[in-house]
Design a protein around this ligand. Structure first.
Ligand SMILES: Nc1ncnc2c1ncn2[C@@H]1O[C@H](COP(=O)(O)OP(=O)(O)OP(=O)(O)O)[C@@H](O)[C@H]1O
Ligand SMILES: [Mg+2]
Length: 602
């Protein structure tokens, strides 16, 4: 009898829920788990039958509750196969099961992880990482022994050696926050090992996500993560090269992706100077244009056929008449209609394929748009009407064809980034503010001398997140209403221009060097000593005690220069001598000037 609800849920889940949304399917996990009997023997039988079930849900339940099975040898094999399962959810279930087993007897189960890591398989390693993380989440620092920490640290090192980018990403994104906050002992141990274990920057892991590549701006990164979760706007103030543009781009990657839209401008036959706006799901815009042009070409073919057929029939009849009645002059009559045919064709052909324009095309858009509108004039930012050289006389381009999207429209559903915001005129800032508030802005001609001012579209959608950037002076040049809007609904972030000289931050600078080498793609990795030389320079440039600069663009320049010197030498690694040479050869104009003036002063 106790099995009855269980059988019932199994039956419903298998029959009706396999194609339903994940949330609904997962509801059955809860129901089935609640209906499992309180006797372990009965459960073992049920769960064993789930282990190789076709439906992932049952394999997931089996993995989660694997600790209830008795036979240890068979559990190990089954668990490994669940941890390698192609279905992500099943692997998650297996990882939960393994975490429970570790809680029950850490050292008994640690060989499974150690052996598993030796196989160097991506899916298996990922699942093992997840189990370790879940184990750490479920345990408090006080309950774990030093031996356990040593074992876990050696697993993490094994995982890093697998060199799978997904592992690095999971480690940085999910494990780092848990370990650094809840297991400080382990964290310090890992940092020490990281420090010990690398010889060149090629040995250092580089995080996959852009936001994890941002160095020395921990507060800013924390706020940006929050702002992107809540879709808030941001003002970034700071010195050049501290990572403002990088943060804005990283924010775009962090935003949750929702279906993008295409924006189309349609000819308005009633009021040609007020073209209409239409939105379609991304990709449908092109399909729509394609359909219209197919319709137009089939209409053209029909018309050609009709006119051709009429022309041939007419000519045939005239020829027939001319020959049978022996009246050759009749042939001349035929010329008139023949000449008229092309004119008729032009007159009747409807220019339907020109009646719509794809203004914002997101057909390739599998990521949130990021538009950098730094330095744009009003037209580029807010949209404009292109100049038409034939403004009248029947040859003019139809008004809707002249419309150009502004950066605000291209950034629809994404991020609009504007650096040096004060260079935008007050009027443009005002229009930007109203577009930002209304989430739509009509496009009209911005040049008062052009006939484009007569054209004004319906309101074009522009629902963007605004990221403004600048330095201290830019704040003064900002339209007060725009600033207040950001203050009211967003975040103001001041970028740090130095960071304390700690072990952790030195490792971060090493990570920065590794990132720049990878981003550049043309220079070899840096030896450890070369990185130390870069760190020294970062300290010197901070101009304060026990700090390092965070003006990373300039440091990036030094890295590229040192890399180029190594390439010139034909070397496969950059040495500290290359960095020293780069430092003397790539002095700023000001430094070079001082160097040439000094001898004459002496
Ligand atoms: N905090 C950082 N972490 C990692 N790399 C950085 C950081 N800041 C700058 N960089 C490096 O320097 C380059 C330039 O940085 P970015 O364009 O983001 O600076 P910025 O603050 O926008 O400067 P500007 O005000 O001159 O536009 C980046 O592409 C990156 O390679
Ligand atoms: Mg920038």
């Amino acid at each position: 009898m106790a099995q009855l609800p269980l059988k019932f849920y199994e039956w419903i889940a298998t029959r009706f829920y396999q194609k339903k949304p994940l949330d609904l399917q997962l509801l059955f996990v809860h129901l089935i788990e609640r209906s499992l009997s309180s006797r372990r023997e009965d459960n073992a039988r049920v769960l064993t039958s789930y282990l190789d079930h076709d439906y992932w849900l049952f394999r997931f339940i089996a993995g989660k509750n694997i600790a209830q099975l008795h036979d240890r040898v068979s559990i190990e094999n089954e668990l490994i196969s669940l941890l390698r399962d192609p279905d992500r959810k099943v692997r998650e279930g297996g990882a939960q099961g393994l975490a429970t087993l570790l809680q029950q007897d850490f050292f008994a189960w640690s060989s499974l992880i150690t052996n598993g890591l030796e196989k160097k398989e991506k899916l298996l390693s990922l699942s093992l990482l997840l189990s370790i993380l879940q184990f750490l989440q479920a345990s408090s620092a006080a309950n774990l022994s030093c031996d356990q920490y040593n074992q876990i640290a050696s697993w993490f090192n094994g995982l890093k050696k697998t060199n799978f980018p997904a592992i690095t990403h999971h480690f940085v994104t999910f494990c780092t926050p848990v370990i650094s906050t809840h297991h400080p002992l382990l964290w310090n141990q890992l940092l020490k090992e990281d420090e010990k274990n690398w010889e060149t920057t090629a040995d250092l892991p580089i995080p996959d996500s852009l936001i994890d590549q941002i160095i020395g701006q921990d507060d800013a990164v924390r706020l940006i993560r929050r702002a992107s979760r809540q879709h808030r706007s941001v003002l970034l103030i700071g010195e050049p090269g501290t990572g403002k543009s990088l943060l804005a781009k990283a924010m775009t990657n962090e935003l949750s992706f929702y279906p993008l839209e295409d924006i189309l401008i349609e000819q308005n036959t009633q009021q040609p100077y007020h073209p209409m706006v239409k939105t379609l799901t991304a990709g449908e815009g092109l399909t729509h244009l394609d359909q219209i042009s197919k319709q137009a070409s089939s209409q053209k073919q029909r018309l050609l056929f009709l006119l051709g057929f009429s022309g041939i029939t007419l000519m045939g009849s005239i020829l027939f008449y001319a020959f049978t009645q022996q009246q050759p002059l009749t042939l001349l009559w035929g010329l008139g209609p023949l000449i008229a045919l092309p004119f008729l064709y032009r007159m009747w052909r409807q220019p339907s394929h020109r009646s719509i324009k794809l203004l914002v095309d997101n057909s390739q858009g599998n990521h949130v748009p990021f538009v950098d509108a730094t330095g744009m004039q009003a037209g580029g930012l807010l949209g404009d009407i292109r100049h038409d050289p034939y403004q009248s006389g029947g040859n003019e381009t139809p008004p809707h064809e002249l419309i150009e999207a502004g950066a605000i429209h291209l950034a629809h559903q994404g991020v609009l980034y504007i650096d040096e915001v004060s260079t935008l005129g007050m009027e443009s800032q005002q229009s930007l503010l109203s577009a930002f508030q209304e989430k739509k802005l009509a496009i009209t001609g911005r040049n008062s001398n052009s006939s484009g001012t007569m054209i004004r579209t319906q309101a074009v959608p522009c629902n963007f997140i605004l990221v403004l950037a600048g330095n201290d002076q830019d704040i003064e040049g900002m339209h007060p209403a725009l600033r207040s809007r950001i203050q009211g609904n967003g975040y103001e972030i001041y970028m740090k221009n130095f960071m304390p000289d700690t072990k952790e931050n030195r490792l971060k600078v090493a990570q920065f060097v590794a990132q720049e080498v990878k981003r550049d793609g043309k220079i070899p990795p840096f030896q450890r000593k070369a990185v130390e030389r870069v760190i020294e320079e970062a300290k010197r440039r901070s101009e304060r005690k026990e700090s390092m600069t965070t003006r990373f663009r300039e440091l990036g320049g030094l890295i590229r220069a040192a890399g180029d010197i190594a390439v010139e030498r034909g070397a496969t690694e950059v040495t500290h001598h290359d960095v020293t040479d780069a430092l003397t050869e790539t002095r700023t104009i000001e430094e070079q000037k001082t160097a040439t003036i000094q001898p004459t002063m002496n």
